[in-house]
Design a protein around this ligand. Structure first.
Ligand code: C5P
Length: 222
């Protein structure tokens, strides 16, 4: 576990996923999408008919999670028990179930070592909510990526439009605010910047600008 780690935490829709992938690509580092692990736990629970409030049962699902991340040029393909789950885990329902499952301490504990195992040479970019505060507390560079809720709703709407889905801005804004509240108010690993994190507000920044800024910071610190 001597490989360097860059943690990127923040609320949903701040651009963490895209930014983390691009930074990892540029550095040639591994990538941990921790949100995907919570989404996959929720999906596997539904598949095996484990109720989303059965904490012990869900922890068992998390421990036994049979998942494969296959890196591809533009994205990562996700296999759950050998079946493609790349699109399924991105749905609103699975995201919602993930944030419920993620509020349970036994589930978080069950996923801890699995997340730490992603740390391998030459380095790791870890994307999530508690990468800097819980999972990789000793990371040399911790970033907290934010954007206004309105901007995040706009971005989400554009994403959905590209996928051919119409959604109203006000309903997206409400969903984002509800998810933020749940992630920030939970008692275990609430969403907040680590004491030693650098906060980067991406509301008025383009994706390449953010990627450049992060690689700069890493060079300064490295
Ligand atoms: O980032 P993503 O939207 O995929 O995460 C889905 C849900 O998983 C989040 O709403 C959050 O509740 C939970 N999560 C978490 N800790 C992480 C990553 C995600 O609690 N490190």
């Amino acid at each position: 576990d001597t490989a360097p780690v860059l943690t990127i935490d923040g609320p949903g829709g701040a651009g963490k996923g895209t930014i983390s992938r691009l930074v990892a690509e540029r550095l040639g580092w591994h990538l941990l999408d921790s949100g995907a692990l919570y989404r996959l736990t929720a999906l596997a629970a539904v598949k095996h008919e484990v109720p989303l409030d059965d904490e012990a049962g869900l922890a068992e699902v998390a421990v036994g999670l049979d998942v494969l991340f296959v890196a591809e040029p533009e994205s990562t393909r996700v296999l759950l028990e050998g079946e493609d789950a790349t699109g399924t885990i991105r749905t609103e329902q699975v995201g919602d179930a993930a944030s419920r499952v993620a509020a349970l301490p036994a589930v978080r504990q069950a996923l801890l070592q699995r997340q730490r195992d992603f740390r391998k040479p030459p380095g790791l970019v870890a994307d999530g909510r508690d990468m800097g505060t819980v999972v990789f507390t000793e990371a040399p560079l911790k970033i907290f990526l934010t954007a206004s809720a309105e901007e995040r709703a706009h971005r989400r709407q554009r994403q959905l439009q590209e996928a051919g889905v119409d959604a109203s801005l006000s309903s997206l804004l409400k969903e984002i605010q509800a998810r933020d509240a749940r992630d920030m108010q939970r008692s275990v690993a609430p969403l907040k910047p680590a004491d030693d994190a650098i906060t980067l507000d991406t509301t008025r920044l383009t994706i390449p600008e953010v990627v450049d800024r992060l690689t700069e910071l890493l060079t300064e610190r490295g």
